[in-house]
Design a protein around this ligand. Sequence first.
Ligand code: ZN
Length: 557
Amino acid sequence: MTTRLAAIGAALLSATAAAAAPPPARPKLVVAISVDQLSYDLYERYRPTFTGGLKRLGEGLVFAGYQSHAVTETCPGHSTILTGAHPARTGIVANSWYDRVAASIVYCVSVDGAADPEARGSGKLRVDTLGDWLKAARPGARSVAVSGKDRAAIMMAGHNPDAVYWWADKKGFSTSRHAGPTTPQVLAPAEAFNAARFAAWRASPPQLWPTEISGACAAMQAPHRFGKLELTGAAPPQTAPGGVLPPTVPNFSEELRASPELDRMTLAFADQLVDSFRLGQGPQTDLLAISLSATDYVGHRYGPGGAEMCVQMAALDAGLGGFLDRLDRRGVPYVVMLTADHGSVDAAERIGADRVDGRSIARGLAEHLQRAFGLAYDPLAGRGARQIALRLEPADEPRRAAVVASAKAWLKARPEVVEVYTAAEIAKVRVPADKPVTELTLPERFVESFDPERSGDLFVTYAERATVGMPRALGDSVAGHGSPWDHDRRVPILFWWRGVVPTLEARPMETVDIAPTLAPLMAVPAPPVDGRCVEIGQGCGAAAQPVGSAKESAPTP
Ligand code: ZN
């Protein structure tokens, strides 16, 4: 893999000049794209096969980037991309966490006190986003976000978007008054898109997957056993040969999400939003944030190393290519940034790694604590096996430190467990300023994910490349992410504009650097954040501190 990276790097660098051409003086539109679960490994593996949008974006500035923090989940990862802040500051420490006051598990975009449990909003995000900075500095500018997932759209949109949309099963692209405006101008584009989409599906069931999988992807098709689940290796969806599935079947929503069709729809809707909101047509720079969720659903369901992901990568590449071509035809000068909310690792069985039954570990820990402390109730909030929150009754609170210590000792004795840190231990760790992201220790990575109010009591780390979870039925996650290891932290960070000189950057870049890097390009002042402006020709200004040392440059031809 290192050799392949070096080869690509050499080819790219030898073909390029020493410095990137400056970006458009003031682009009219910045498009910030997150591909959910696009690890740097996955990007690198398929990079030679791209012919569409990912090929084009790979011919810009390519950083091997980092989601620096330890809890590599979707909501925390998306919270870093356009805020410039680590989850410790965004407050988004996980997708869900135990709220000690409410004594319940809360979802990162749920709305406290809302009568509707399906209500979604940005209330738990403690900082502003690039879109919020933009709207504060230039109220006439537009900030629009769309995703296949509510948490991704809302974390990228921030608190004051002109519009934010996400895909809701059976409803289509939706929004909520807790997340953004719900004026007719905002609702009309979604209603029109959804009506047309559902009418088309009634007339002819959607083709979720190609009827035939050919070439390199076909060669990857094989039966697999992941945990207790057998996958036949036939073309998905496994319930409907040929990839065509009527929307009336019960599992349609799940099959749709874990197929290339979700991204196709998201990009088609984003394309319509460019017109609905006249993005790039005003006097200011507008912002369009897009998070493409299918890669994540496909990765969890089939593993990122399978034939399904091979098909998904080709579809994503083609879909992005079509989207960028349509942007070109509008004649708007634009800049694209593409990254991911976290990486991933393939299913344990396919890479010869350990599979960890997290639920059985959590159950075992609960039983141990009940026995050791004579508890008549379950002391664990939830069944997560990575971030564990204790739910003690008031009478047992004085024994909390002893319970935590006993839990840590029990976990440390498990052969699957590599490290366990308590919240008290993490709270004492300081990350030295300017320590390179590549050199952070495990506790330092947890510090960047840590909030004393919201984080759990224990952080458990399993072996590198281990899969946590025991799939039993189709739809269960067979592979994933969430660890502090580099396979879950490393993501591509790409910048592209017309005329950019292809450059493989040797500087490390973090996703928290993205917002302060884009802000000067949009003539928007950035508040102090965790990340730094990385010089990409846009002019970071006197206060900017470029990350790392000198950029690797090509020899002058
Ligand atoms: Zn994700």
